[in-house]
Design a protein around this ligand. Structure first.
Ligand SMILES: C[S@@+](CC[C@H](N)C(=O)[O-])C[C@H]1O[C@@H](n2cnc3c(N)ncnc32)[C@H](O)[C@@H]1O
Length: 200
């Protein structure tokens, strides 16, 4: 059952095709590779947001699919940070249309955000396009292996600073070294989705 209080959520969460059809065609066409499938979003969101106090951050939120689906399937607040303006605009339009009040989609670079304000982090391999350019979403932003190293280093550093109990969900992870202070809690969808809790 939808956790949204207003709006026309309808059957859009019944399939990825139905959800993706809310967006312009060029965005829906990116979904199979670049946006989280609904069943993965549901599993990750329920873990990341066990109660109303949860504050979940999606690092590289694209068109907001994880955040919007997360708020449908779980309690808590879902914030996304995304560097491409057109994706943020498209996501906010869909969030408004569905009445997704527990969703905030921000435009910016995650490096400028205080991760300490969140109790859970979702990460779908967002920096990958910097090292495999064939997988780039578009040509709107600068991509480089230097940026990959800088973003990855910053994320791993920030993860180590988070409080004990922080929840982390990783999907299609290419960063091989999640800090040892995070203990894996489970692995799903052919090991693509991994759930972690910071233990020390
Ligand atoms: C694979 S998509 C994932 C989208 C979304 N998390 C989902 O699951 O539906 C990764 C997104 O991360 C964004 N991204 C990459 N590096 C970023 C950065 N440093 N700051 C903010 N967004 C970033 C990209 O623009 C892209 O839209």
């Amino acid at each position: 059952m939808s956790q949204f209080t207003t709006g026309d959520a309808g059957d859009v969460f019944s399939s990825d095709a139905a959800f993706d059809a809310l967006y312009p065609v060029y965005i829906g066409a990116l979904s199979a590779i670049h946006w989280t499938p609904l069943e993965v979003a549901a599993k990750a969101a329920v873990f990341l947001a066990p109660d109303d106090n949860a504050r979940v951050l999606d690092i590289g939120s694209g068109v907001g699919k994880f955040c919007i689906a997360g708020a449908h399937f779980a309690p808590g607040h879902f914030t996304g940070i995304e560097q491409r303006t057109n994706f943020v605009k498209a996501g906010n339009k869909v969030a408004r249309q569905l009445g997704a009040q527990r969703v905030t989609l921000l435009h910016g670079n995650f490096m400028d955000l205080d991760l300490g304000a969140y109790t859970g982090i979702y990460f779908y391999n967002s920096f990958h396009e910097n090292i495999v350019h064939d997988d780039a979403l578009d040509e709107k932003i600068e991509l480089s292996s230097e940026l990959y190293e800088r973003y990855t280093g910053h994320l791993l550093h920030e993860l180590k600073q988070m409080p004990v109990g922080t929840r982390l969900a990783t999907y299609w992870l290419s960063i091989t070294e999640i800090p040892a202070c995070y203990k894996e809690q489970g692995s799903y969808f052919g090991d693509l989705l991994k759930l972690w809790i910071k233990e020390y």
